[in-house]
Every structure is written in structure tokens, then in C-alpha cells.
Design a protein. Sequence first.
Length: 252
Amino acid sequence: MKRALITAGASGVGLAMARAFDREGWRVWIADLDGAALGAAPDTWQKSHVDVSDETAVKSLFDEVLERWGGVDALCANAGIAGPTAVIEDIKLQDWQACVAVNLEGAFLAAKYAAPMMKAQKGGSIVVTSSTAGQYGYPYRAPYAAAKWAVIGLTKTLAMELGPFGVRANVICPGAVEGARMEGVLEREAEAKGMTRDDVYAGYASGTAMGSFIEGRDVAEMAVFLSSENARLVSGQVIAVDGFTVNPDPKV
């Protein structure tokens, strides 16, 4: 049975990924910082309370994965935080660093400790969650956009380094995803721009060719595909799941 590890897998997009892998018959292991959400996840999954920006904690997670599972076939480095919403001159360095620590360093650490396992078994898939902000930029969200651009470079490099060992690495760039996290973003952007939450929402939706937000399951199904044999020669790719962003700056 194939084995999938998903960071930030207890809620949102990560939970949708875990459910999608589970439906396809994979063994599932989720890591998350939210203890309550972990507790609510199915008991048939392996669960670990982990801060992805803490190298000691991440190393311990992968040590346990190796001990219990003997390796991992799919890593979904999905953990991320929104970071501050402000013009660049108002962003505090510590807020910048906190955002980069989770979004970029968290993906780096997960890949660092998954890579030796996958190289040893001569195969595996690493899927990193970026964002359309990592393709176009994102006004008022400089730390987030910078980190999400950076994970694309990280993942393309992983694809080059690990390809000779049969390991693939790809990036998914979700657009605006329905859910609690995006609601927080909408509220903060509305305040920063002097707009209503509904106007900001409409701006995001109208900025896509399909005129819609996406759902976690849309991202999850792509993660499962990229980790499957159907994508055996898909590597180093940046795939947007966003309804096709035609206007990355959501003004109304």
C-alpha cells in the first residue's frame, strides 16, 4: 500500500488531500500544529503534532515515519500561513520571518528529510503547495508572495537533483480557495484597502476566467494525480489550480 504524508493535513486543503489519498487506498499520515484538528481527523490515519518550521520536530517526524512505515511514497509539503497584510513599509521584520519560516523553510525541511528515504527506495513524489501569488505577485502580501515564489525554485531544483533516483517534484499553485483561511485574508484585505469583504471576494472571483473561487478538493485531486503512476514522467512542473487567473490584482 502506498504511503502519503501531508503537512498541515488536519484542515483546509491539507485535509482535503488526506481524504483524497485515503479514498484512493493510500496509507495517510498527517502532521499539523493544530492539536484539536488532529484529534478530529480519522483514527485510521497516523497523526503527528509538528511545527514545520522547527527542524528538530521535522526530523523527529521523519524518523518516526521511517520507523513505522519504512519510507514514504508521496510528500505533500502543504503547510503555509497567510502572513501580514500591509504595504511593504508597514511590515515588521519578525512578521516577514514568521511567514517565510512556515511557507518556505517548512517545505525545505520536509523535502530535506523525505529525500533520503525516496532516494533509497528509488522513487517517490514531492508535491509542494505554492500559490498563484507565487506566479504573479500579490499586493499587500509581500512576505507570502516572496515565499511562494521561492518554493517554486526550490521544487524545480528538487526535480533536477532527485530525478536520477526516480523521484519527482512538482508545484501546485492554488488560486483563491473557499474556507476559513481565505476568509481571514478577505477581511484583512478589505480593511487595508478600505473596501467591503464582499467587494474583495468579487474582485478575486472576477479575476479568473471561470469567475469562481476553487475548493480544497480541486487541489487535492491534483496532488493525488501528481503522486500517481499516471504522472510518472511529470516533474519540475508548476500547475495552477485556479480557474485560470487573468487578473492577479483583485481590484474592483
